[in-house]
Design a protein around this ligand. Structure first.
Ligand code: HEC
Length: 198
């Protein structure tokens, strides 16, 4: 009889624990916000979104001349899914970022490549080739486009923001508008220039 009572108490305790866990899980589900929302909140309050550096690569680009930089475009999960499925316009919660670095030569890389290349191509051609060989140096600025078709309807449904040294760049009056206006030629692809590099 005593054992039976203990079993009953144990069963009750177990049910209590399960019950509390379920309530806890439900509370988490209703209060937790999606990673896209978290990133949007961070960006809107002037902070870099958590984990942006781990987002997925969309493509790369490079500007020559004085700018002489290397650029990578990354997308959060919502943006990448839309890219891969060819969804246009991008759904709310999509975020695309453009990272950029000064393009700098790497003596280490060039020294390793030089003897091999000289054998294949000769000295002159190797010189021409290595003069154009760059790696990412110091980071310059980071730009973001955050999609919320209602909140930012006047700029194509995107919030445009730039960060310099981890802080929002001081935007002149209408700064966002000037970002948007230059992105207008890409209206057919929802104001996004970058194509997904397969
Ligand atoms: C002078 C025109 C121009 C202006 C001004 C401009 N952009 Fe862009 N932006 C481009 C072009 C062209 C690309 C694609 C090539 C590249 O990355 O350089 C681009 C790419 C981007 C990308 C990657 C997604 C895409 O559309 O390819 C983001 C994010 C971005 N810009 C944000 C901004 C923000 C934020 C501002 C304002 C602070 C801004 N841009 C101002 C022309 C412009």
């Amino acid at each position: 009889m005593e054992g039976d009572a203990i079993m009953k108490v144990r069963r009750f305790a177990l049910m209590l624990v399960v019950g509390i866990s379920l309530v806890g899980a439900a509370a988490c589900m209703t209060t937790s916000i999606s990673p896209a929302d978290q990133a949007e909140v961070a960006i809107s309050s002037g902070n870099l979104p958590p984990g942006y550096r781990d987002w997925t690569l969309i493509s790369i680009a490079r500007l020559g001349g004085k700018v002489n930089d290397l650029r990578a475009k990354l997308g959060n999960d919502v943006a990448i899914k839309a890219y891969r499925q060819g969804t246009l316009p991008f759904p709310d919660g999509a975020i695309i970022t453009r990272l950029a670095w000064k393009a700098v030569p790497s003596e280490e890389n060039n020294d390793a490549l030089r003897p091999f290349l000289e054998q294949q191509l000769g000295k002159a051609e190797t010189g021409r080739l290595l003069v154009d060989s760059f790696v990412a140096g110091p980071a310059t600025n980071i730009q973001f486009m955050v999609k919320d078709s209602k909140k930012w309807a006047s700029t194509g449904g995107w919030k445009f923001i730039e960060f310099d040294n981890g802080k929002p760049a001081p935007q002149a009056e209408g700064g966002e508008k000037s970002c948007y206006e230059c992105h207008e030629p890409a209206a057919d692809t929802d104001y996004v220039f970058t194509r997904y590099a397969q």
